[in-house]
Design a protein. Sequence first.
Lengths: 247, 277, 265
Amino acid sequence: MSAILEIRNLRKQYADGTLALKDVSLRVHRGEFVAVIGSSGAGKSTLLRCINRLVEPSGGSIIVNGVDAVKASGRQIRRLRREVGMIFQQFNLVERVTVLRNVLHGRLGYRNPIAGALGLFSRQEIEEAKNILRRLGLHEQMYKRADELSGGQQQRVGIARALSQKPLIILADEPIASLDPATSETIMQILSAICREDGITCLVNLHQVDVAKRYADRIIGIRQGTVVFDGPPKALDDKAVGKVYGP
Amino acid sequence: MSMEVEWAPAGAARQTGRTETPARRRRDPVLTGAAIFGAVFFVFGLIHLNFDYGQLWKGTLAFVRSWAYLFPPNAAEWQPILAAALETLYVAVVGTVLAVAVAFVLAFFAAENVAPKTAPLVKGFVSLLRAVPTLVWALIFIVAVGMGPLPGILAIFTHAVGMLTKMFAQSIEEVDEGVLEALRATGAGWLQVMLQGVLPCVATSFLAWSVFRLEVDIGESTILGVVGAGGIGWEMANAMRNYEFDTASFVGMVIFAMVYSVEFATNRLKNRIRLRG
Amino acid sequence: MKRSGQLLEDLQKRKKRQIWLAAAGIVLITAWSARETDFSVVSVVRGFGEIVRFIGQDFFPPDFSAFRSLIGPAVDTICISFVAMVVGAVLSLLLSFFAAATTCPYRWLQASVRAVCSVLRNIPALIWALLLVAAYGLGTLVGTLALILTSVGTLTRAYAEILEEIDMGQVEAVRATGASWPQVIAHAVLPQFFPGFVGWSLYKLELNMRASTLIGMVGGGGLGFSIQKGLKLFQFQEVCVAILMVIVLVLTTEFITGKLRERLI
């Protein structure tokens, strides 16, 4: 199994001097479900956002399916991003538009700038979007405005949007942090089932260690910008958790 | 909201009964109607006004050329001009302050949650005051009392009372009903409920509207002079009538400085309040 | 904690003192201004009766026969305000992207656009009309141009403020799908922008209606001109009709725009 994502010596320093990522190296294989844990400010969010260049790395390399994300230029970044889906803690749906339209946003990277800007999608894309919604149980909500949905439903739309990109990798930045425990379970079940069924590699930031242990094939612990743990859930004992989280 | 049990693993979903497509939401017909009407009316308006586009072009050229006459601004007669500017400020201040005082009292009779019986009447009356532009009031008062700053003050006062009463009343209506209820339950009289319960809640927004109105009134005051109510508008009209463009540009700058410094000061104040917040 | 209690008390006292000082200041300024303009409330109250008599006797009953001749200027007034608003809104839409810190690439460009709009906005439309008459002559063109200038000034700033307050999270999410810049604008920025855009445009339409009724007084066409002419010729009862029409126009616009804005959210 080849490495679909390879990060070497990744470094990120913000303008005010904070060193968010010091020296991160890791390899992720196709189909893995990886949980990234660590306390707030440890660098989890920065790590994910460097992968799809929402944040500019200060040094190192990120190889996604053979292409170095750090060196990518304008058009290549677009191409990179459409192969990497992202799910957000605050859902980040465009609230005033319909659920269906939000899902179709995942296709923008595949459309030329003008057609996409005008919201012109092919009949096939629309059908596929509807199918994704059906798969996630949101068929009834298709034409509702995004802000009319509950938190859990909105996050499912977020997942649908990422799926419509037909991505190789899905990055999830604290996807359940804003949800209640019952809904969180549902979302994690959906995410892990879909990634397994479709063979999508998944990196999920979580701050709930127990959730990470239950769903992930592999856990990476970040502390102050470096990797301090990298292994299967059963290897994450109390001592290891202590190393990740606190003095 | 109960747990989302509609989701099921991929295979199962295709077998569950409901596969009809939900109805597409209809767009608000009033809004779309208004939008279409607007577009049509725009075209109608353009045709009706029948602009001479040749004149537009020529005028723009003339305007650009006349910039040479505008600069350097002629500040030779700065004394009467500055005196006029001061008079404009005085008119605005007196008119606004008086309007705030009167509107303050009127608002309590115009708010539907504290004076439901008189509210419609008072609101109707002040909306008439507000519907007549300050300048038109000035014209009326000039005919009634003669030229000078007095009609200007009266005009600003009248229009501002119209606007402020509405805004103050709105703020009063936004006070939480619970607060009023609680005070009434202690046995407080109407006046006490107003001053102890309503007033603290609306104080900041009254202040904000008053300052805003002052800003607007200074702007209005500058143009009152154009029709003879004194102040800097008079100087501007004079200069343009005599084709003294350079003087006019100086007056224009003074006007801009006056209006802008108020905007600037209020912005600073707003930011300071926000930081303290 | 005695210290913090004491601090709080001192702060309260200071605040109260500041409020009293400010209030005293306002009273002083007003009194000074009143003196400088020879204004006295007493004389106003005394003269009030005279004013009411004047208005009642000379303006009423309104001479409705003048109505027909005033329809033309009234339609002009409506068209001027509407056309100016639409043109102003379109221009401001483009400019606002350069006036908002979140969408403008260069700091200096943003500052200069804001400055120009400030000038456009803070010089009253009437003054603009005065300035433009020399170049464009009398008539509706001048009135419309003056209103376009002030519309651009107000709307650019209003739109820019909306742009600066949009939820960047939504923008980030659409960017993350690989969308190009115009697609991000169209799908993440514009939907959030839309209600404020229409709301402010309708508000400006209301303002324009009020202003365009006056523009006529400096030659800009419309009802203002009729009012001034009528007053000069002492035809008060006709002026009354014109003023009534102004009131009707303004109130109707206020009502319609208010209803539309309610439906928008």
